[in-house]
Design a protein around this ligand. Structure first.
Ligand code: MG
Length: 167
Protein backbone atom coordinates (compact mmCIF):
# COMPACT_ATOMS: atom_id res chain seq x y z
CA UNK A 1 0.00 0.00 0.00
CA UNK A 2 1.05 3.59 -0.64
CA UNK A 3 -0.67 6.63 0.88
CA UNK A 4 -0.99 10.02 -0.78
CA UNK A 5 -2.38 13.39 0.22
CA UNK A 6 -3.58 16.20 -2.03
CA UNK A 7 -4.68 19.74 -1.22
CA UNK A 8 -6.00 22.46 -3.51
CA UNK A 9 -7.70 25.83 -3.23
CA UNK A 10 -9.47 27.87 -5.87
CA UNK A 11 -11.09 31.29 -5.58
CA UNK A 12 -14.51 32.02 -6.99
CA UNK A 13 -14.70 34.38 -9.95
CA UNK A 14 -15.91 37.81 -8.83
CA UNK A 15 -18.45 38.15 -11.64
CA UNK A 16 -21.25 35.64 -12.31
CA UNK A 17 -20.64 33.07 -15.03
CA UNK A 18 -22.65 32.86 -18.24
CA UNK A 19 -24.02 29.38 -17.58
CA UNK A 20 -24.65 29.73 -13.83
CA UNK A 21 -22.84 26.57 -12.80
CA UNK A 22 -19.54 25.30 -11.51
CA UNK A 23 -17.95 21.86 -11.69
CA UNK A 24 -16.92 19.95 -8.55
CA UNK A 25 -15.94 16.29 -8.55
CA UNK A 26 -16.97 16.17 -12.21
CA UNK A 27 -20.53 17.18 -11.31
CA UNK A 28 -22.16 20.36 -12.61
CA UNK A 29 -23.68 22.35 -9.73
CA UNK A 30 -25.95 25.36 -10.13
CA UNK A 31 -24.11 28.32 -8.60
CA UNK A 32 -23.65 31.85 -9.92
CA UNK A 33 -19.84 31.88 -9.71
CA UNK A 34 -17.40 29.43 -11.23
CA UNK A 35 -13.88 28.90 -9.91
CA UNK A 36 -10.97 31.00 -11.15
CA UNK A 37 -8.70 28.60 -12.99
CA UNK A 38 -6.77 27.89 -16.15
CA UNK A 39 -8.72 24.61 -16.46
CA UNK A 40 -12.39 24.09 -15.55
CA UNK A 41 -11.39 24.73 -11.91
CA UNK A 42 -12.58 21.40 -10.53
CA UNK A 43 -10.80 21.77 -7.20
CA UNK A 44 -12.06 18.35 -6.00
CA UNK A 45 -10.46 16.49 -8.90
CA UNK A 46 -7.28 18.58 -8.60
CA UNK A 47 -6.84 17.56 -4.94
CA UNK A 48 -7.61 13.92 -5.81
CA UNK A 49 -5.08 13.94 -8.68
CA UNK A 50 -2.44 15.38 -6.36
CA UNK A 51 -3.16 12.64 -3.81
CA UNK A 52 -2.84 9.94 -6.50
CA UNK A 53 0.37 11.47 -7.88
CA UNK A 54 1.69 11.88 -4.35
CA UNK A 55 1.11 8.22 -3.49
CA UNK A 56 2.84 7.22 -6.75
CA UNK A 57 5.74 9.66 -6.14
CA UNK A 58 4.99 11.26 -9.52
CA UNK A 59 5.19 14.89 -8.46
CA UNK A 60 2.10 17.05 -8.70
CA UNK A 61 -0.65 18.26 -11.01
CA UNK A 62 1.17 21.51 -11.79
CA UNK A 63 4.19 19.63 -13.10
CA UNK A 64 2.15 17.27 -15.27
CA UNK A 65 -0.38 19.79 -16.55
CA UNK A 66 1.26 23.24 -16.32
CA UNK A 67 -1.14 26.18 -16.30
CA UNK A 68 1.23 27.93 -18.71
CA UNK A 69 0.32 25.32 -21.36
CA UNK A 70 -2.54 26.55 -23.59
CA UNK A 71 -3.49 22.89 -24.18
CA UNK A 72 -5.08 22.77 -20.71
CA UNK A 73 -7.11 26.00 -21.02
CA UNK A 74 -10.70 25.38 -19.81
CA UNK A 75 -9.83 21.65 -19.79
CA UNK A 76 -12.29 19.19 -18.27
CA UNK A 77 -10.37 18.08 -15.17
CA UNK A 78 -11.53 14.50 -15.70
CA UNK A 79 -8.89 14.44 -18.45
CA UNK A 80 -6.24 15.12 -15.75
CA UNK A 81 -7.65 12.25 -13.69
CA UNK A 82 -7.69 9.87 -16.67
CA UNK A 83 -4.13 10.81 -17.63
CA UNK A 84 -3.06 10.27 -14.00
CA UNK A 85 -4.76 6.86 -13.93
CA UNK A 86 -2.81 5.83 -17.05
CA UNK A 87 0.46 6.80 -15.41
CA UNK A 88 -0.45 4.81 -12.30
CA UNK A 89 -1.44 1.73 -14.32
CA UNK A 90 1.88 1.94 -16.20
CA UNK A 91 3.52 1.43 -12.78
CA UNK A 92 1.08 -1.30 -11.61
CA UNK A 93 -0.46 1.08 -9.08
CA UNK A 94 -4.22 0.94 -8.48
CA UNK A 95 -6.40 3.11 -6.23
CA UNK A 96 -7.74 1.21 -3.22
CA UNK A 97 -9.85 3.94 -1.63
CA UNK A 98 -10.15 7.70 -1.41
CA UNK A 99 -11.38 10.06 1.31
CA UNK A 100 -12.07 13.61 0.21
CA UNK A 101 -13.03 16.64 2.33
CA UNK A 102 -14.52 19.71 0.66
CA UNK A 103 -14.30 22.90 2.72
CA UNK A 104 -16.76 25.49 1.49
CA UNK A 105 -19.40 27.87 2.80
CA UNK A 106 -21.39 27.52 -0.44
CA UNK A 107 -22.79 25.97 -2.55
CA UNK A 108 -24.44 23.27 -0.46
CA UNK A 109 -22.80 19.95 -1.33
CA UNK A 110 -25.16 17.40 0.24
CA UNK A 111 -27.30 16.91 -2.86
CA UNK A 112 -24.25 16.31 -5.06
CA UNK A 113 -22.01 14.08 -2.94
CA UNK A 114 -23.38 10.76 -4.21
CA UNK A 115 -23.06 11.81 -7.85
CA UNK A 116 -19.44 12.85 -7.22
CA UNK A 117 -18.67 9.54 -5.49
CA UNK A 118 -20.10 7.50 -8.37
CA UNK A 119 -18.28 9.55 -10.99
CA UNK A 120 -14.89 9.53 -9.25
CA UNK A 121 -15.17 5.81 -8.38
CA UNK A 122 -15.91 5.10 -12.02
CA UNK A 123 -12.90 7.14 -13.19
CA UNK A 124 -10.65 5.33 -10.68
CA UNK A 125 -12.15 1.93 -11.59
CA UNK A 126 -13.08 1.15 -7.96
CA UNK A 127 -16.37 0.54 -6.21
CA UNK A 128 -18.12 3.65 -4.92
CA UNK A 129 -18.07 2.04 -1.44
CA UNK A 130 -14.33 2.84 -1.53
CA UNK A 131 -14.84 6.55 -2.19
CA UNK A 132 -15.90 8.88 0.61
CA UNK A 133 -16.64 12.56 0.09
CA UNK A 134 -17.60 14.85 2.94
CA UNK A 135 -18.17 18.57 3.14
CA UNK A 136 -17.68 21.04 5.94
CA UNK A 137 -17.62 24.81 6.43
CA UNK A 138 -15.22 26.98 8.41
CA UNK A 139 -18.03 28.44 10.54
CA UNK A 140 -17.79 31.70 8.57
CA UNK A 141 -14.09 32.10 9.45
CA UNK A 142 -11.45 33.20 6.97
CA UNK A 143 -11.53 33.34 3.17
CA UNK A 144 -13.67 30.24 2.90
CA UNK A 145 -16.08 31.58 5.49
CA UNK A 146 -16.40 34.78 3.50
CA UNK A 147 -17.34 32.70 0.47
CA UNK A 148 -14.24 33.67 -1.48
CA UNK A 149 -13.18 30.17 -2.44
CA UNK A 150 -13.17 26.43 -1.84
CA UNK A 151 -10.45 24.19 -0.39
CA UNK A 152 -10.26 20.42 -0.76
CA UNK A 153 -8.17 17.75 0.97
CA UNK A 154 -7.88 14.26 -0.53
CA UNK A 155 -6.25 11.14 0.88
CA UNK A 156 -5.84 7.96 -1.16
CA UNK A 157 -4.35 4.52 -0.76
CA UNK A 158 -2.84 2.76 -3.77
CA UNK A 159 -2.39 -0.98 -4.10
CA UNK A 160 1.02 -1.84 -5.49
CA UNK A 161 0.45 -5.09 -7.37
CA UNK A 162 1.14 -6.60 -10.77
CA UNK A 163 -1.53 -5.75 -13.34
CA UNK A 164 -2.63 -9.37 -13.77
CA UNK A 165 -3.17 -9.75 -10.03
CA UNK A 166 -5.62 -6.88 -9.87
CA UNK A 167 -9.28 -7.83 -10.16
MG1 MG B 1 -6.18 23.52 -8.90
Amino acid sequence: MRIGHGYDVHAFETTPSDNGELVLGGVRIAYPYRMQAHSDGDVVIHALVDALLGAAALGDIGRLFPDTDPAWRDMDSRVFLRETMKRLQDRDLYPHNADITIIAEAPRMSGHIDAMRLLLADEMAIDSSHVNIKATTTEKLGYIGRGEGIAVHAVVLLDEVSGSDHD
